[in-house]
Design a protein around this ligand. Structure first.
Ligand code: GDD
Length: 389
């Protein structure tokens, strides 16, 4: 892969946000030059072999999940965290069968677990990570909850990097590009605490009788605007640096994943940025190593367009509310910004009053979890975990 290097970056406390980089070519030899970097297949394979790709899935079409799995580079470990139906038609069993066949053919390392596995619930209970459990003591529904499980499994499997790709992707080859970007960019980082977030070049839509390659996601445009405003009011300098506020496709070093807070619903991705800014802006953090090493956020524009399952207008409103609520409730926001966010949400008929802009549920960093204890309870009581190596 040949990729532009960021020419410009902005620093907020210990967080460095790099400007958007473009992928120039999907294949390349090793190239080291001031403005571009080419990665050979061998270089990338070395990073892939230390990377887990977490695929959260809930009742997606099986052939979409199948396409995603087949496109993840073979040296990566795949971790599927499924919250699919089990009663009546057992979708989870169909996923397991497909994955087992996939492993037989490809020999790729792959692990799968169901989010409602009693081993997971008991292990979270035992290590005191109860915020992920519902009132019945079972892991809650949610992609964020699935991501936390995925990170824990990746850590248990000894991976140094963890990336996320959704299972509802209609263009399998785009997944191959995403993971290649993750590996290349993370391997370049000058700090062990780094993340890469993807910006889709186009998000095509069917308009009347033809495909229209729309440049921006409607929600991301708005989310980016308000994250940038948050940065501007705190530094006194206007900025447009953030372009990936809602990047569902992203990856990070395990060291960053361990200190990262996740949140629920559509707030996960903007919350990651807000959390890092709040935690590392003024030096008042318990993560002193990250504070001194610095956190790097890379943003990369893909060559492939992104085509995923469309979930309608209600879903757009949910995404807008979740994304803007984390900015609204940030301790870095001021009243003026909160007022603007409220107006934005009201104009989009998402809320009528400020009370409807609720705080999101947060999932604290997994570094506080005793992984050995978690593993021993999980392995003893799991009913669904399969690890094919
Ligand atoms: N394990 C698990 N548990 N996975 C889930 C759950 C759950 O409860 N709910 C959804 N997923 C899976 C889906 O099957 C899919 O693979 C992925 O998580 C994305 O979920 P969606 O809820 O379909 O999200 P989306 O496609 O509307 O939105 C995507 O893009 C947004 C930004 O544009 C997601 O990546 C969002 O997180 C992102 O904010």
């Amino acid at each position: 892969m040949l990729i532009e290097l960021p020419k410009h970056s902005e620093v907020f406390g210990s967080v460095k946000i790099h400007e958007l980089q473009k992928v120039l070519k999907l294949e390349s030899n090793k190239v080291i030059a001031p403005l571009i970097r080419g990665f050979s297949r061998e270089e990338l394979r070395d990073v892939f072999s230390r990377m887990a790709i977490v695929v959260p899935v809930k009742d997606e079409r099986l052939h979409l999940l199948d396409g995603v799995m087949r496109s993840i580079p073979e040296d990566c470990t795949i971790v599927v965290v499924s919250n699919s139906r089990r009663e009546e038609q057992d979708v989870f069993k169909l996923e397991c069968d497909m994955i087992s066949n996939f492993h037989k053919i490809s020999k790729q390392n792959v692990a799968i677990v169901h989010q409602k596995d009693p081993g997971l619930s008991l292990a979270f209970q035992e290590v005191g990570y109860k915020c992920i459990l519902d009132k019945n003591g079972v892991v809650r529904d949610g992609k964020g909850e699935g991501m936390v499980i995925g990170v824990l499994l990746a850590k248990m499997l000894g991976c140094d990097y963890v990336g996320f790709v959704d299972a509802d992707n209609y263009i399998p080859c785009s997944v191959n590009e995403y993971v290649t970007i993750y590996a290349g960019v993370l391997s370049l980082s000058e700090t062990p605490y780094s993340m890469v977030r993807l910006h889709w070049r186009y998000k095509p839509k069917v308009m009347e009788d033809r495909l229209y390659f729309r440049k921006w996601g409607r929600v991301s445009e708005i989310t980016n605007k308000y994250i940038n405003m948050l940065l501007s009011i705190n530094t006194g300098f206007e900025t447009l640096i953030v372009r990936t506020g809602n990047a569902g496709e992203h990856a990070m070093t395990m060291k960053l994943a361990e200190i990262m807070e996740f949140s629920t619903g559509y707030s996960i991705e903007p919350y990651q940025i807000i959390y890092l800014l709040e935690e590392f802006w003024d030096g008042n953090t318990r993560f002193k190593d990250a504070l001194s090493s610095g956190i790097s956020i890379y943003q990369v524009e893909t060559i492939n367009p992104h085509v995923h399952e469309e979930k309608g207008e209600g879903h757009i409103k949910d995404m807008l509310l979740a994304s803007l609520s984390v900015i609204y409730h940030s301790k870095l926001a001021n009243e003026d910004l909160r007022e603007k966010i409220f107006e934005e949400l009201r104009n989009h008929e998402v809320v009528k009053s400020k009370r409807e802009i609720r705080k999101v549920t947060r999932l604290p960093p997994i570094c506080d979890i005793d992984v050995n204890k978690f593993r021993s309870v999980f392995e003893r009581y799991t009913e669904t975990f399969v690890c094919l190596r």
